[in-house]
Design a protein around this ligand. Structure first.
Ligand code: ARG
Length: 459
């Protein structure tokens, strides 16, 4: 038979296999709105420049509008035989308005077409993400403001370190998500150049106006090198890198929520809105949403890695490898969108169990540093000596099975003669947190100052 030697174990003919590996409409249909916007701008420019007639443009614009309506109504026929979104739109346009549809592709290639579509999509994704990050910050700020005085242990090595407040802890994430939003705006600024008009790779011999199409599509300017325009995807990689960093921050907060939710910590409560039960253990209330947010960063870094590996080593200009840019990018932004929404929801939903947090804030000799600082300030002791005396006090408290603040004065004086009863004033977690008045510190007034600063910035 005419079957290839290797045909026996293939059920599809080579041509079908070619289509199977080549077809992208299943995923790049998400670029439909951007593709239509690009075509509209391109057609208007061609007419203005005298490349096509007004009558041609009118027909083309009318056809594109009809296609948009079909897409909105769910009646647009997305067909594998036309491979990708660009050729699906063009084929449908031809069915609707006839051969004049063929004039739309003058001075254009699918290479600059997909570059412009994808840039527009990633730019929108950055804008949506920035808005979501701001919403998450707002939720954190509100919670932080309500709990600027709610004591909480501060940890290092997940061991009790020094008392802070719940508000101070939440404001740490406001800073992180603020930098994340900044990274998305930076990336957006750099990517906001229009590749339209680069055509296949070398530019166009037609008298096109790239500034006009750039302006029409909301770009700051056209890209300056046609080869670069159609062959780089660093804008997507940069957005994925920003997404990964935001995902890392989300996953750290998610992990803390999981820890705080354990009965052993018991620092916060989440309502049924963000928890699930167990099918066998009736007592369970699991923080599934937090766990899934914690996990999603795997997709984000995976997407970055996927696209980075696709791009590395690709010679200029366009290669079909680059069609593999979309799936990881879409998947990453879908995951990030869901994660940010779920996290904003959880932050608004969670309530601290203040009594447990306050008790934990004072446990584990968390005010030992305050004792050492008191010795320095009041007895003019060198800090290293104060550290030593305080260490001995902690040891003694351990032997007596009590807190530092419960050590009898004579025990303290046995370690350092000059210690007076005033020392007890600094040994409570409230005094400790309240004393950290340095800029950016844990004192409630500092926390409130940061809340006010952020509220002002997000206005
Ligand atoms: N579907 C293609 C992509 O996503 C569009 C560009 C195709 N260009 C080409 N010369 N085959 O990359």
């Amino acid at each position: 038979s005419g079957q290839a030697m290797w045909g026996g174990r293939f059920s599809a003919k080579p041509a079908e296999l070619m289509q199977a590996i080549n077809v992208s409409i299943g995923f790049d249909k998400r670029l439909a709105p951007q593709d239509l916007a690009g075509s509209r701008a391109h057609a208007a420019m061609l007419r203005k420049q005298g490349v096509i007639t007004s009558a041609d443009e009118q027909q083309i614009q009318g056809g594109l509008q009809a296609i948009e309506a079909e897409m909105a109504a769910g009646t647009f026929p997305y067909r594998d035989e036309f491979e990708d979104i660009h050729m699906n739109v063009e084929a449908r346009l031809r069915e609707l308005i006839g051969p004049v549809a063929g004039r739309l592709h003058t001075a254009r290639s699918r290479n600059d077409q997909v570059a412009v579509d994808f840039r527009l999509w990633v730019r929108d994704a950055c804008d949506r993400t920035i808005a979501q990050l701001r919403a998450l910050q707002q939720a954190l700020i509100l919670k932080a403001e309500a709990h600027a005085e709610t004591l909480m242990p501060g940890f290092t090595h997940l061991q009790p370190a020094q008392p802070v407040t719940f508000g101070h802890h939440l404001m740490a994430y406001v800073e992180m998500f603020g930098r994340d939003a900044g990274r998305f705006s930076d990336a957006r600024r750099r990517m906001n150049e229009s590749p339209l008009g680069a055509a296949a790779l070398a530019g166009s011999p037609f008298p096109i106006d790239r500034d006009a199409t750039a302006r029409a599509l909301g770009f700051d300017r056209p890209t300056a090198n046609s080869l670069d325009s159609v062959s780089d995807r660093d804008f997507a990689l940069e957005a994925l890198a920003a997404a990964t960093l935001a995902g890392i921050h989300l996953s750290r907060l998610a992990e803390e929520i999981v820890i705080w939710m354990t009965p052993q910590f018991g620092f916060i409560k989440l309502t049924d809105a963000f928890t699930t039960g167990s099918s066998i253990m009736p007592q369970k209330k699991n923080p599934d949403a937090a766990e899934l947010v914690r996990a999603k960063v795997g997709r984000l870094l995976g997407s970055f890695t996927q696209l980075a590996v696709v791009m590395k080593g690709l010679p200029l200009a366009y290669s079909k490898d680059m069609q593999e840019d979309k799936v990881p990018t879409f998947d990453a932004f879908d995951a990030l969108e869901l994660s940010l929404a779920a996290m904003a929801g959880m932050v608004a939903d969670m309530e601290p169990v203040s009594a447990r947090m306050a008790a934990a804030a004072g446990a584990g000799y968390s005010t030992a540093t305050d004792l050492a600082d008191w010795l320095v300030r009041t007895l003019d002791m060198p800090f290293r000596d104060a550290h030593h005396v305080t260490g001995a006090a902690v040891k003694r408290a351990e032997q007596l099975n009590c807190d530092l603040s419960d050590l009898p004065l004579k025990e303290l004086q046995a370690l350092s003669q000059g210690i007076t009863a005033e020392v007890y004033d600094v040994l409570t977690p409230r005094a400790s947190a309240g004393s950290r008045k340095s800029y950016g510190g844990a004192a409630p007034d500092q926390v409130r100052a940061q809340v006010a600063r952020w509220k002002d910035m997000l206005k």
